[in-house]
Design a protein around this ligand. Structure first.
Ligand code: HEM
Ligand code: HEM
Length: 177
């Protein structure tokens, strides 16, 4: 498939929606981490898990759509272009690893997974310690890597807009390009 020269509006919408949901999920769990055990902390877990489950579904839809519609290559020459492609690949890897390790971690630990009070996926009846432990490690290490990647991604986007003054930001958030 030849790559299109602009992002499809649905891809732009999904990028924005998922960015907001993901940053919210991260902010909520980091805040919850500072709180003592209790109902308020578990309320925040409820929101983190619900957003995480939503993001698990959205990332699958986004990957399928991008495979179908395609997307433009990053703007820039040689090394910058390669770096952007690698960074986007790593973001996709983290966007898959985080929600799914979260789901496995909760399920294996015997904890239910809520979805904004609409329904709940029950946890395993018998805890699966090894699986839960591995998923927990992936979630914790992956979470920290994802935070680093997002910071880098936003700094790169700002550099393109204000430093290089190219169309990178405009074609993802603007109307024209
Ligand atoms: C305020 C936050 C954000 C800004 C300003 C931003 C900005 C951008 C821009 C300008 C592009 C277009 C790059 C290009 O044209 O090649 C882009 C693409 C992309 N962004 Fe973000 N982004 C943000 C948050 C996020 C987050 C939280 C994620 C995921 C964790 C993410 C993942 C991606 C991916 C994977 C692409 C490649 C295009 C695609 O496959 O959809 N972004 N972003
Ligand atoms: C895109 C989706 C997700 C992102 C970006 C994300 C990110 C994170 C981050 C950054 C942490 C803190 C890790 C640390 O302790 O340093 C965390 C913890 C946690 N996440 Fe997620 N998560 C996502 C999805 C999920 C899902 C779907 C579930 C479960 C259904 C979940 C359950 C948890 C739990 C229970 C913790 C606390 C673990 C602990 O205190 O040891 N997460 N998550």
């Amino acid at each position: 498939m030849t790559s299109p020269d602009k992002f499809h509006p649905v891809i732009k919408f999904m990028h924005g929606l998922m960015a907001i949901a993901m940053i919210a999920a991260i902010a909520i769990i980091l805040y919850a981490g500072e709180m003592p055990r209790g109902p308020e902390k578990f309320e925040l877990y409820f929101w983190h898990k619900s957003l995480g489950l939503l993001l698990a579904a959205l990332i699958i839809i986004r990957i399928v759509l991008i495979k179908k519609i395609g997307k433009p290559a990053p703007i820039g020459d040689g090394l910058k272009k390669t770096m952007a492609s690698v960074a986007h690949g790593l973001l996709y890897l983290a966007m898959l690893a985080l929600p799914f390790s979260g789901l496995v971690m909760s399920y294996a630990g015997g904890h239910s997974i809520p979805f904004f009070g609409l329904f709940e996926i029950p946890g395993a009846e018998e805890k699966m310690k090894t699986l839960g432990g591995i998923a927990h490690e992936v979630h914790e290490i992956g979470g920290n890597i994802l935070i680093g990647l997002i910071v880098l991604h936003v700094v790169a986007a700002l550099y393109h807009h204000f430093g290089l003054k190219d169309d990178t930001m405009r074609r993802m958030f603007g109307h024209k390009k």
